[in-house]
Design a binder for this molecule. Structure first.
Ligand SMILES: Cc1cc2nc3c(=O)[nH]c(=O)nc-3n(C[C@H](O)[C@H](O)[C@H](O)COP(=O)(O)O)c2cc1C
Length: 199
């Protein structure tokens, strides 16, 4: 049986090469709605997002560059700065991604909450692809610089900052890529300490 949903899942690819226009408002809403349809043990809804678009992208780029330079990161050479700024200028919508730490909750292990946020972002990647947009999860752009996280409203005490999702119009048509055969990662469990290759 063929299904458009399975085709979407099997053809998804990340792409950094996106441009304006950004997703139509109704499509962006659906992408964000997909984010809250992720599995989530304990109903903690640990995903938090900040949408950066329009003129705010320049303010974000200025803030991020200053913070990265202040942090002493020597990799931010003038050439690198130029290319990063050009990318931010091209990307119509950036979504900053964070996990709310919810320190008072001791019932659900932290790893499970992190996985819930990962699943939430994955839903957005798939939704963007299903709607014909390009998307890319990046942990560049000062993700690990505390002043950047802080300025985005995700202070390190209460949040784990997890990067940015770039979404926009595809610059090039996405060509299918060959994925590693799934059998490499699956085995058949047949009994305690007994496994066999998956047929
Ligand atoms: C949490 C996370 C952070 C990532 N950060 C970066 C990054 O900063 N730079 C980069 O080139 N790729 C990064 N990637 C990888 C790309 O988003 C993408 O998954 C990869 O290029 C493989 O493409 P595919 O999704 O089509 O398999 C990251 C992926 C994940 C899951």
């Amino acid at each position: 049986m063929t299904s458009p949903t399975i085709e979407t899942l099997l053809t998804r690819r990340s792409t950094k090469a996106v441009c304006a226009p950004g997703p139509k408002p109704k499509d962006l809403k659906r992408i964000m709605q997909a984010a809250v349809c992720a599995p989530d043990h304990g109903g903690l809804q640990p995903w938090r997002y900040a949408v950066i678009r329009g003129d705010a992208r320049t303010r974000f780029a200025d803030m991020m560059m200053e913070a990265v330079k202040r942090s002493g990161d020597k990799r931010m050479t003038p050439d690198k700065e130029k290319s990063v700024r050009a990318w931010i200028d091209d990307v119509p919508v950036l979504i900053a991604i964070a996990q709310h730490m919810d320190h008072d909750n001791t019932k659900i292990p932290e790893s499970e909450r992190l996985l819930a946020v990962g699943a939430s972002v994955m839903n957005m990647l798939n939704a963007a692809h299903a709607l014909g947009y390009g998307a890319f999860w990046s942990t560049g752009l000062g993700t690990y610089v505390e002043d950047v996280q802080d300025a985005l409203g995700f202070d390190a005490l209460d949040y784990k900052f997890l990067g940015f999702l770039a979404v926009g119009t595809l610059v090039h048509e996405l060509k299918p890529i060959e994925r590693t055969p799934y059998k490499k990662f699956f085995k058949e469990w047949t009994g305690p300490h007994e496994t066999a290759p998956l047929e």
